[in-house]
Design a protein around this ligand. Sequence first.
Ligand code: 8YV
Length: 313
Amino acid sequence: DPILLISGDSFSEQERTRLETALASAFVAGPSDMAALPDAVRSSVRAIAVKGHHPLGGAEMDLFPNLGVIANYGVGYDAIDVTAATERGINVTNTPDVLNDDVADLAVAMLIAQCRNMVAGDDLVRSGRWSAGENLPLNRQMSGSTVGIVGLGRIGREIADRLAAFKCDIHYTSRSRKETPGWTFHASPEEMAEAVDILVVALVGGVETEKHVSRQVIDALGPRGIVINISRGSTIDEAALLDALEEGRIAGAGLDVFLNEPKIDPRFLKLDNVHLQPHQGSGSSETRGRMAKLQLANIEAFLAGDPLKTPVN
Ligand code: 8YV
C-alpha cells in the first residue's frame, strides 16, 4: 500500500521521518533501484518526494503507472524532466520563495568574503601569524561596487535589494525589463559584463541557461571582475571561468554551485582567488524546515485532491 516514494538518500533522517510519519505508507528507493521494485509496489506509488539532483526522466516516470505528483525539495527542478511529466499528466511541485533570503544572504556573504579576504584573515589569526606581527594585505571595498545580477528573478531581486543597501550600482539582465528603482537593464550578459565589475548569477538551471555566462562574458568582465554563483554550475562556462581565474584575467569568484557536485573540478582547489561553498545556499535549519514543510504540503494537497501549493507545470 505505499503511496509515497522517497527518492534517494539525500534526505536527512529527520526529513525522511517527517515524510514517513505524515504519509503512513511511504518507502525509500534511490533512482537506481526504482526499476527493480516489484510491479505491485510501483503501481501503488502516487507521489514521489525528491531531494538532490538525481535525474528523473520519462523512463523513471513510466515505472509508476499511477504516479500523480513529483514533489521537489528545492526551488530548482532542472534534474526533473518537466516536459515528460506534463506529457504523462504528472504534476511537478517545487519549494520557491521560502529560501530566497538564505540564498541571497550567501551570495552577499561570499562577495564580502572575497573582497575582504576573510578566509585568509581567519587563517592569519588562527595560525598565530597575526600575533607574531604579520598583517593581512589591504583588500578591496565591497560597498559601492558596480554589480550585475544575471537573472532578476525572485532570488536575484533579493540579492539586488541587499546590494543596493550596500550602496552598489545595480545592473541586471532578465528575460524582460523589470520595474526597478533606477537599476540598469542590459539586453545581454556580454553587454552587462562590459559595464560592471561583479557578476552575481541567479539564473534558473537547465538546458536553456547552460553556459549563459560564456567565455566571452567572463572575458568582458576584466581584471577587477568577480563572479558569484548561487544558481547551478551549468549556468557558467566552468572551463572558461577556471582559465580566467588561473590566468588572473579576472580577480576572483565566490561559488556555491559547480558542475559534478560534490566531486568538483580539482582545478578549483588550487586557486587562492576563489571562495568555495558546498552548495549550502538554502542550508539554514529554519529554511530547510520550511522547504520540507512546503514539499509535504504539496504532496498532501495532491492526495486530498486540493489545489497544489506551488505547482511547476
Ligand atoms: C537544493 C537548491 O535543492 O533549491 C534549490 O534549487 O539548489 C537547494 O536548495 C537543496 O540543497 C536540496 O538538494
